[in-house]
Design a binder for this molecule. Structure first.
Ligand SMILES: Nc1ncnc2c1ncn2[C@@H]1O[C@H](COP(=O)(O)OP(=O)(O)OP(=O)(O)O)[C@@H](O)[C@H]1O
Length: 281
């Protein structure tokens, strides 16, 4: 039995999402193993972002369950939770395909905003902050330390006081990951983290993701089109096509699966061998 079935941090069970007559995701089931880097791949429009949106509270699935199993033994049904509770209680964080930072705020401020809920609680919903109570001051100090820690990890600490909008694209993508990590997630969902990165930045991203997985007890689920990233860092790959799972296994199993080759090359299954020969696979 594979590790992702033995000890899943996330279990997607018979997930269906319809938009009117369109079935974006149909009866999809797969597990994300605890401590794994799992890649969700598939051609454009296959339903990958829809799965993320269902797991992080942006969409309410038409059918199915999404179970988050926290390391403390708690279980959460994510399809029944609001997005802020998914982040705060179920400990699932995400980044977006299109970067969503506060461009006019500094890097440090962006990471402080990510810790807003905890700070509000520590301030007794503002009053502790206004009167400078000890509990709030210590929570604020911890939040700044955490923000600095993640700025260092992502090689951005030198620019802590610069506006986020001034960063080059690759740095903004790393800042988004730093921001997500400030919420202390047990599962980090990344929507195309390598999009638009040059080869050096992609290699740095691979190192960062391995570090997050190995040193911070955070499992990772990523959507990625860059196959060099997927094949290099993933323990487990799930392939979608037209909202359905067509393959699920290790990177080696998936890359030699004729159904996957057919989906990517856009040919019917029975013509795969012919096309493989043509392209020299
Ligand atoms: N809010 C929505 N309303 C209507 N249709 C939607 C909505 N969100 C997604 N879809 C449709 O659902 C299908 C799956 O889209 P989705 O964005 O999940 O695919 P994807 O695999 O993430 O694609 P890409 O790799 O291009 O980002 C597409 O046909 C898309 O047009």
């Amino acid at each position: 039995m594979t590790q992702w079935n033995e000890n899943p941090v996330l279990a997607i069970e018979h997930l269906t999402m319809r938009f009117g007559g369109l079935v974006a995701v149909g009866d999809l089931s797969f597990n994300v193993g605890r401590g794994d880097i799992t890649a969700l791949i598939g051609p454009n429009g296959a339903g990958k972002t829809t799965v993320f949106n269902c797991a992080t509270g942006f969409y309410k699935p038409t059918e199915g369950r999404i179970v988050m199993n926290r390391s403390n033994g708690e279980h959460f049904l994510l399809e029944q939770m609001a997005d802020f509770k998914i982040s705060a209680k179920a400990k699932v964080a995400r980044t977006f395909q299109n970067i969503r930072l506060f461009g006019g705020m500094t890097l440090l401020e962006n990471l402080m905003v990510a810790q807003h809920n905890r700070l509000m609680l520590a301030s007794g919903f503002t009053f502790g902050g206004i009167f400078g109570l000890a509990g709030f001051k210590s929570a604020e100090k911890q939040a700044v330390e955490k923000a600095r820690y993640w700025l260092e990890k992502t090689n951005l600490v030198d620019r802590a006081d610069a506006p986020a909008a001034d960063l080059p694209y690759g740095d903004q993508r790393r800042l988004e990951i730093a921001r997500a990590m400030c919420s202390g997630p047990e599962l980090l969902c990344l929507d195309e983290p390598a999009a638009g990165l040059n080869p050096r930045e992609s290699a740095e991203l691979n190192m960062l993701l391995n570090d997050i997985r190995n040193e911070h007890d955070t499992s990772i689920l990523l959507i990625e089109h860059d196959m060099s990233v997927v094949m290099e860092i993933s323990d487990h790959v799930v392939v979608l096509d037209y909202g359905e799972k067509i393959s699920d296994g290790t990177p080696d199993q998936v890359k030699s699966d004729p159904k996957v080759i057919a989906a990517y090359l856009g040919v019917p299954d029975d013509e795969v061998e012919e096309v493989e020969e043509e392209v020299g696979l």
